[in-house]
Design a protein around this ligand. Structure first.
Ligand code: ADP
Ligand code: GLC
Length: 471
């Protein structure tokens, strides 16, 4: 079985959020199961230099032929081949999607290029896929092109929705860029505009999303596409994301100050101490709460803003690592000034700080408005950092509240999207941390003992590929 896995982000080469983590890890897990899987992504500026070009072919975008140069590499610590699809006018830029919070204006053309180049790659590299597995709107043209025949490739398609909020919507006039025939175009046009995600939902042989709860939720809260999803509900599966347990391993994490494990958790305290010292946080006798997140509405920053003073009145310290919406960044900067020594905002993207916060914090806060899967709560569990999350999507599927059964829970959850509800859950966490250190240690131990590796989900994808090929 030959599977081409296509995504706009693949860690460690290009990462903005969890899509990159998934695309960098799932193919490796599939390959361990014996699947001949290969990965394709754009050759961004950040991609390692010195790769040899292995082929070149033209890709038509909006009627103009654009050369695609293919460079071959591999996923680190895996045998999985990676094809970097190069076209410098589109991809030799500082950002993946844009710069300074503004998207590149030619994002449609850039990702049409990615989708078409991935579909045309086979002859150039001497390997033709049976299944093309596409992800999110950037590659949503792939199922439509396969279905309409525009791609001229007899492959099946699997399409994964990582986030329904980004649909690839463009004015109808720009539809010429897609190069679709009437069949394909019919699938992508919605209310007089281009909606690439709708196209993939209508035409993919199978649709997956990244948690069972999100798969259910989007049938009624589907950002306008619920009807389309209902129509395909028999070909829609929620498969919970896993995590890369080699990259996220507190025993072997090169970013940490001290290694630790469930057996010997003492190193965690070292990391907390260093984190405080490096960030100039003074120890106030409360727990250290961490957040690592895109600064986007999805992630619940409105609750943090609304409940901020009451949050600080719980006696916590807070460190936030994030990049995105200037509105949230501005609030965090201001909060840091108002609470010197108790609040730190690291504004930017830093792999090292993401790992250090996961290791050094006592509590990880994720009050998401919606969350298709969420990876940070899983990293937190593995790093002995107790997650406090809103029960939505993948957060609902992975975090069990301690309130209902203190000796079975692995974190704290709240239902309503309100600052009060968030403060309730955070308050319960802080009280347990202060009042019952032994119960807290058991709670931490339970989280660290859980297995969220890709082994199980990779088997589910493998079984799905077999079903799709047999249809
Ligand atoms: P999403 O994909 O919606 O952003 P996830 O929880 O699935 O949410 O994944 C987010 C990923 O991006 C995690 O690996 C997290 O560590 C990383 N991340 C988010 N913001 C930053 C940042 N500012 N610096 C470094 N890593 C970040
Ligand atoms: C999206 C979602 C996030 C998910 C990630 C990887 O960015 O917002 O919840 O974990 O994709 O699937």
């Amino acid at each position: 079985m030959r599977v081409l896995y296509v995504a706009a982000e693949v860690a460690p080469f290009a990462k903005v959020g969890g899509l990159g983590d998934v695309a960098g890890a799932l193919p490796a897990a599939l390959s361990r199961l014996g699947v001949d899987v290969r990965v394709a992504l754009p050759k961004y500026r950040g991609v390692p230099a010195g790769l040899a070009p292995v082929g070149e072919f033209p890709v038509s975008v909006g009627g103009a032929e654009r050369p695609c140069t293919v460079f071959a590499g591999r996923l680190p610590a895996a045998e999985v081949p990676v094809y970097f699809l190069g076209h410098d006018p589109y991809f030799d830029r500082p950002g993946v999607y844009g710069e300074g919070g503004t998207g590149y204006p030619d994002e449609l053309e850039r990702f049409v290029f990615l989708s078409k180049a991935a579909l045309a790659l086979g002859p150039a590299v001497g390997w033709v896929p049976d299944i093309v597995h596409a992800n999110d709107w950037h590659t949503a043209l792939i199922p439509a092109s396969l279905r309409s025949g525009d791609a001229n490739l007899p492959a099946k398609s699997v399409f994964t929705i990582h986030n329904l909020a980004y649909q690839g919507r463009f004015p109808r006039e720009r539809g010429a860029a897609l190069g679709l025939n009437a069949v394909g175009l019919g699938a992508v046009v919605r209310d007089g505009e281009i909606n690439l995600l709708q196209g993939a939902i209508r035409t993919a042989d199978w649709i997956t999303t990244v948690s069972p709860s999100y798969a259910r939720e989007i049938l009624t809260q589907g950002e306008g596409l619920e009807g389309e999803l209902q129509a395909r509900r028999n070909a829609l599966t929620g498969i919970l994301n896993g995590i890369d347990t080699a990259v996220w391993d507190p025993e072997r994490d090169p970013h940490l100050w001290a290694p630790y494990s469930a057996v010997d958790p003492s190193g965690k305290r070292e990391n907390t101490r260093h984190l405080r010292a490096e960030l100039g946080l003074v120890e106030t006798g409360g727990p250290l709460v961490g957040m690592v997140s895109r600064l986007a509405e999805q992630k619940g920053f409105d609750l943090v803003i609304g409940g901020f003073e009451r949050m600080m009145a719980l006696g916590i310290e807070l460190v936030v690592l994030g990049e995105g919406d200037p509105r949230y960044a501005g609030f965090l900067q201001n909060a840091e000034r108002r609470y010197p020594g108790r609040v730190r905002a690291i504004l930017g993207f830093s792999e090292a700080w993401a790992h250090r916060i996961e290791a050094g914090a006592d509590i990880f806060l994720m009050p998401s408005r919606f969350e298709p899967a969420g990876l940070n709560q899983l990293y937190s569990l593995r790093y002995g950092t107790v997650p406090v999350v809103r029960a939505t999507g993948g957060l609902r599927d992975t975090v069990r509240d301690c309130g209902s059964d203190p000796e079975r829970g692995n974190g704290f959850t709240f239902e309503d999207y309100t600052a009060e509800a968030m403060l309730g859950a955070l308050g319960r966490a802080v009280r347990l941390w202060r009042g019952n250190p032994a119960a807290w240690r058991r709670l931490v131990g339970r989280g660290m003992a859980e297995d969220h590796s890709w082994d199980v989900p990779a088997r589910e994808y493998h079984a799905l590929y077999e079903r799709v090929l047999a249809r």
